[in-house]
Write a protein that binds this ligand. Structure first.
Ligand code: HDE
Length: 755
């Protein structure tokens, strides 16, 4: 028998007086607070975690359990207790002098409960506050073993990882789909210690020197007087800074491109941005840039979709990641490296490798795959894992070293420092999600939130009292040894090298590498963002920056703003495009794509069933959309409705299918009887369906119809032979063609581009 039901029956009996009723005020018996709402009265085991949420059982070096074992310890036993483990019989009523009398100061349970609640919030990250994360595994191909001695890069090595994606500017509760850079931070729990690759979805950064980080972030964050706008770069202070500070031009252009509004975290590239130095077993060194390449391709939203999603589903990316993993559509990325000889100049083909506003085109230095990342498990507790995870660019393992990039130098200081405020002290590496999976034997002691009970009396070196323990490792026993790089003789200066002063040729390369439709999106983005600025001088300066990238770009944005286009002040750089930068023109797997199937009670339900099966069989997700919730049809074959006209919005779907009516008589083509189509109050196409279909059409999504469902498209003026529209006799053959269209991500021909 179901224990919950049994318990509920007992309470009902008690309330109705048919059983042994609870005696008022007696501990151990439930009080019938709200008649009819039954609460279980018998203890039972807590629900087991969902399969994808149970972490591995491991013990930390300090003897603490981690993963699933830790989760059980945090919530163990059948009865509610206070924080000291004492059982409580009531947690809903304050202790009072009589039921209507004053609350007593001596109620220490009330005091403890509310005190803890008062302190539940910790400071959010100063940047990258809004995030979503997942556990996974990194499997090394071994292809980097020749250039790095890192154990996790050896052939066949498998390393647990935790990846956190984020937006940069917004606060913790802001929307996912804003135009912004995305964080892509990976913690590798290697056997040689933790390695963090704290990257972004764009390969360049706004600034070349960390000392300017507070400035760019102050400029991007909401204005300090009214604290608006939230999570936006479309405001005066942002554009004021990036136009006064032209080294920001390249990153700003990436932000204004489709890369600023990813379709999904699963469909983003990741970049280490800085140049790192790999160290091989023989001591030889190689300069590298890290790249994450998503198996599903790099795809973006269109701007209107991003804006609608901000209101309709602010959790769009967070939900997408968690749902995909829960459904078993585990996202994958290949880690790759571009390699460059470690010469004293640290340049490649004239590109300064220490300038984080530069890329090295993949056509000049191909990205070589070195391993596969699979995200396969959702966090079981957002706060414990996603919020408390602490990344740091200085978490390095033997075989991976840093370079003199001045942006990286500042980060090496900043990431440790920020955790002291955010995680309240220096012991954040003892929080379960941050614990290394390799033994820790440091001599750091005490401090706030010290979890370890250290043994011994001599936390110093050298010592004789603890037998000299712990001992120092050497190169042959896996010690991290900094590469003995020669530092040129120099004079102390506060200045940037001359090679950091070209701010326009790399942005020009990016612009020239874009397809026509991507250029239109960029023009639209600049026109929107600058149109949101109030200061004329800021807009004019921004146009000057654009003129220095490309005169056509500048002229089109100027036209949109109603301002004259200035002449360039620098000669256009003579650069070759890098086709690898464009997101358009290839095809990718459609795994996990969402297909909406619009129908109604009189629709071709056999056809809907067949299409659902076909969608699932193709590794995608079918969602039936109908006027109301519940089931369509009767009996075992009834079709379950996943979305109603009230809850469905086009942004959720990668493609839509409209079902017509079942075939009448001998007509195999179905019927165009209006009754089968979803109608609104006046008998016309339901306005919510009109919106759904017209938005999907405008956003370049594949649309299919069968058995007369195309009458809905016709009602909207969408021709059956319009690009990306497929009309057929049965849903499954229409679906096959939709899948081909979706492989290109969007129906690009629908976007108007100048001839
Ligand atoms: Fe960060 N950055 N950053 N950043 N960053 C932080 O660290 C900082 C930079 C990046 O999911 C903070 O723990 C400075 C580049 C990611 O927890 C902080 C500079 C890149 C995340 C910080 C940079 C990044 C952060 C805030 C200029 C791409 C989120 C909370 C020198 C390569 C990590 C925290 C997560 C977070 C400082 C520039 C990526 C304040 C000073 C370049 C993905 O320490």
């Amino acid at each position: 028998p179901n224990p919950i039901k049994r318990a509920a029956d007992k309470v009902t009996e008690a309330i109705q007086g048919t059983g042994a009723g609870p005696e008022e005020g007696i501990p151990g018996k439930p009080a019938p607070d709200s008649a009819g709402v039954a609460e279980p009265v018998e203890p039972r085991e807590p629900l087991p975690p969902k399969p994808d949420q149970s972490g591995p059982d491991t013990m930390s070096p300090t003897g603490q359990a981690t993963g699933a074992a830790q989760a059980r310890m945090a919530q163990s036993g059948a009865y509610l207790t206070d924080a000291q483990g004492t059982r409580r019989y009531d947690t809903d009523h304050s202790l009072k002098a009589g039921a209507r009398g004053p609350v007593l100061l001596q109620d220490h349970h009330l005091r403890e409960k509310v005190m803890h609640f008062d302190h539940e919030r910790i400071p959010e990250r100063v940047v990258h506050a809004r995030g979503a994360a997942a556990h996974g595994v990194f499997k090394s191909y071994g292809t980097a073993a020749a250039v790095s001695k890192a154990a996790f890069l050896a052939a066949g090595a498998e390393t647990p990882v935790f990846v956190r994606f984020s937006t940069v500017l917004g606060s913790r509760g802001s929307a996912d789909t804003v135009r912004d850079t995305r964080g892509f931070a990976t913690k590798f729990y290697t056997e040689e210690g933790v390695f963090d690759l704290v990257g972004n979805n764009m390969p360049v950064f706004f600034i070349q020197d960390a000392i300017k980080f507070p400035d760019i972030i102050h400029a991007g964050k909401p204005h300090p007087d009214r604290e608006i706008p939230q999570a936006q770069s479309a405001h005066d202070t942002f554009w004021d800074f990036v136009t006064l500070h032209t080294e920001a031009t390249h990153h700003t252009l990436w932000n204004m491109s489709d890369r600023g509004i990813p379709r999904s975290y699963r469909m983003m590239e990741g970049f280490g941005v800085h140049t790192f130095r790999l160290v091989a077993a023989d001591g030889s060194t190689t300069l590298v840039k890290f790249h994450w390449k998503p198996k599903l391709g790099v795809h973006s939203l269109v701007w209107e979709e991003a804006q609608i999603a901000g209101g309709v589903d602010p959790d769009f990316h967070r939900r997408d990641l968690a749902d995909a993993i829960e459904a078993g559509a585990c996202p994958e990325w290949e880690l790759g490296i571009q390699t460059f000889p470690d010469t004293p100049e640290q340049t490649f083909e004239g590109i300064d490798l220490l300038d984080a506003t530069n890329i090295v085109p993949e056509e000049l230095a191909p990205v070589q795959p070195i391993g596969l990342l699979t995200l396969n498990r959702n966090p079981s507790n957002y706060f414990a894992e996603t919020e408390q995870v602490a990344f740091h660019v200085g978490h390095l393992v033997p075989g991976i070293d840093i370079t003199d990039d001045p942006l990286l130098a500042g980060r090496l200081f900043s990431y440790l420092d920020t955790q002291i405020t955010r995680l309240a002290g220096p012991n954040f590496s003892q929080i379960p999600i941050n614990r290394p999976h390799s033994p820790v034997n440091d001599m750091q002691r005490d401090g706030f939130h010290q979890d370890a009970v250290h043994r011994g009396v001599a936390p110093y070196r050298p010592n004789s009292l603890d037998g000299g323990c712990p001992f120092l490792a050497g190169a042959d026993t896996g010690a991290y040894i900094e590469t003995p790089v020669r530092v040129p003789e120099a004079t102390k200066v506060r200045e940037a090298p001359e090679s950091f002063s070209d701010h326009f040729s790399q942005p020009r390369r990016f612009w020239l590498s874009m397809s026509a439709v991507e250029r239109e999106h960029i023009i639209g983005a600049y026109t929107f963002e600058l149109g949101k600025c109030y200061e004329q001088a800021v807009k004019e300066r921004a146009l000057q920056v654009l003129a220095n990238i490309d005169v056509e770009l500048c002229a089109r944005v100027a036209e949109g703003l109603g301002l004259p286009a200035p002449e360039p002040t620098v000669a256009p750089a003579d650069v070759e495009p890098s086709p690898a930068l464009s997101q358009v023109g290839q095809t990718w797997p459609t795994d996990g794509r969402l297909i909406g199937i619009v129908t109604g009670p009189d629709g071709d339900l056999d056809g809907v069933r067949a299409v659902r099966e076909a969608v699932l069989g193709a590794g995608m997700v079918p969602l039936v959309i109908a006027p109301t919730g519940g089931k369509l049809g009767a009996g075992e074959d009834a079709v379950t409705v996943q979305r109603t006209f009230a809850t469905a919005r086009s942004i959720e779907f990668d493609a839509l299918l409209v079902a017509g009516a079942p075939a009448a008589g001998g007509d195999a083509y179905g019927s165009r009887d209006a009754k089968a189509l979803p109608t609104g109050p006046q008998g016309a196409l339901d306005p919510r369906v009109s919106l759904l279909l017209s938005e999907a059409f405008r956003h370049g999504k594949a649309i299919g119809a069968w058995a007369g469902g195309d009458a809905a498209l016709e009602a909207l003026g969408i021709a059956a032979d319009a690009p990306g529209v497929v009309v057929g006799r049965d849903g499954t053959s229409v679906l096959e063609q939709l899948q081909e269209l979706m492989a290109a991500h969007r129906v690009w021909e629908r976007f108007v581009t100048p001839a």
